[in-house]
Design a protein around this ligand. Sequence first.
Ligand SMILES: Cc1cc2nc3c(=O)[nH]c(=O)nc-3n(C[C@H](O)[C@H](O)[C@H](O)COP(=O)(O)OP(=O)(O)OC[C@H]3O[C@@H](n4cnc5c(N)ncnc54)[C@H](O)[C@@H]3O)c2cc1C
Length: 461
Amino acid sequence: MPNLQATKVKELKGNVRGKVLLPSDDGYESARKIWNATIDKHPALIVRCTTKSDVVHAVNFARDNGLLLAVRGGGHNIAGNAMCDDGIVIDLSQMKAARVDPSARRVTIDGGATLADLDAATQAHGLATPVGINSTTGVAGLTLGGGFGWLSRKHGMTVDNLESAEVVTAAGEVVRASATEHPDLFWALRGGGGNFGAVTRFEFRLHPVGPDVLSGLIVYPISEAKSVLQQYREFAAKAPDELTVWALLRKAPPLPFLPERVHGKEIIALALIYAGDPKQGEPLIEPLRKFGTPLGEHVGVQPYVAWQQAFDPLLTPGARNYWKSHNFSALKDGLFDAVTEYVDKLPSPQCEIFFGALGGATTRPAPDSAAYAHRNAQFVMNVHGRWEDSADDERCIGWARDFFNASAPFASGGVYVNFLTADEGDRVRTAYGPNYDRLARVKRTYDPTNLFRVNQNIQPA
Ligand SMILES: Cc1cc2nc3c(=O)[nH]c(=O)nc-3n(C[C@H](O)[C@H](O)[C@H](O)COP(=O)(O)OP(=O)(O)OC[C@H]3O[C@@H](n4cnc5c(N)ncnc54)[C@H](O)[C@@H]3O)c2cc1C
C-alpha cells in the first residue's frame, strides 16, 4: 500500500461507521467494479461511507496522507472517474436516503442515490425532477455535470432544478451551497462536475409528473432512416416542451413487437414521451407514425417510472463501453448521410448512435447562469460503442472515433462533460466552455491543492 501505514488505516476504520475495504478484503473486488468494464482500477482502499461524518473522515484522511482521491456516486461515469489506482475511493453508494416534502415540492436525497431511488421517492407523490434515461445512473455525477433526460425540455436541466447541496470540501468542512449560501460554490456545482468537494446531499425542486405518461417507441427500417431523420428534425423544431422525442439507430434487439425478421437488423427508433395529460399528447404524436412505414410500435400510457427504466436492459453494467459525443444546434442533411453510412458498419449488436433532444427549457437560462454552459444545444449525440469481448476493443473504439470525426463538421463544437471518455482531456475546456475561468477561480477558493482531481478536471486558478 503506497505511503500508508497499517496503524493509520486502523485509525480510519475506528473513525468511520461504513466499511473500509483493502485489496485483500472480501467485497473489494465487487466494490471496485463500475458500470464500464473497460475501467480496471485498483484503489489502495475503498471507504464505503454510510454517514456525512464518514465522508469528512475519508476526505481528511486522503488529504493528510497525500493520497489520490476519487469519489464514487453511481459509478456510471464512462471515463471511470469513480475509481483510481493506488489511492482512496470515497464510495457513497450506500448513502441513498430520500425525503420528499410534497407540499413544498422538494426532495432531499443523499449523494449515493441512483435515479431509480430518486424517481421512486418522488413518484410516490406524483412528482419528479428531470434526470437521465437509465435508472441505475447516479444522481450525483449526473447532476454535477448538468443532467438531462425525458423531462428536460419541459423542466430544464437537472441543475436548473437544484435548490441546494451539502458539500464536504477539501478542508473537510461541511458547507451548504444555495443561491444565498456559498453562492459561488452553488454556481460551480451546477455543471462543474466533482471538482469542488464530495456532495453528501442534494435538494431538488419537483414538478407534477404522471404518475402515468404517454411514452414508447416507434421503429422504422434503416432504409427509411434519412427521410425519418429529416422529418424528425422538422417535427422536433415545432414540438411543445412537453413532447420529447429521441432518435436511436442500432441493430434491433429481439423486441416482441417487432417482426422476427428484423431482430438483429439495423433500425431507427423514435423514443417519445409526452410529459402532460396523455389525452393531449395522443394527437401530437400521430405524425411520428407517418414518417414512413413503421416496422412496429410500442406506445401507450404507462407509469413514468417504467419509462424511466425502459432502456435499462440495453444498458446493464459490466459491458465494455466507449463513447464519443457532440452537441448540435441544428441537424444537417450531411450529418444524416454520415449516420447512415456508419450504421451500416455497426461493429457489434450493442453499438448505437442516438440523438437526444434538448431545446425547450434547457436553452432558456443564460449560459453563465450556472456552470453548465451549453444553452445552445438542441441535440446531444452520443456514439455509443458497446461490446462484450476485449478482443473487439480496437474495432469498436475505431468505429466510434471514425464516426465522431465524420460527424464533427456538422456539430456545434460543444460537448457534454458527462459524456467525455478517459482519453478526451483535450476537450475538457470545451466542455466547460466560457465558464471555465470562473470555475477555476471557484476551484481555487474551495480546493486550492486540487485534492478532487479524479474528474474532468478544472485546475485551480
Ligand atoms: C448508461 C448511461 C446512461 C446515461 N444517461 C444519461 C442521461 O440520460 N442524461 C445525462 O445527463 N447523463 C447520462 N449519463 C451520463 C451520466 O450523467 C454520467 O455518467 C455521470 O458521471 C454518472 O454519475 P454517477 O454518479 O453514476 O457516476 P460516478 O462514476 O460515480 O461519478 C461521476 C463523476 O462524479 C463524481 N462524483 C460522483 N458522486 C459524487 C459526489 N457525491 N460528490 C462529488 N462528486 C461526485 C465522481 O468523482 C466522478 O468524477 C449516462 C451514463 C450512462 C453510463
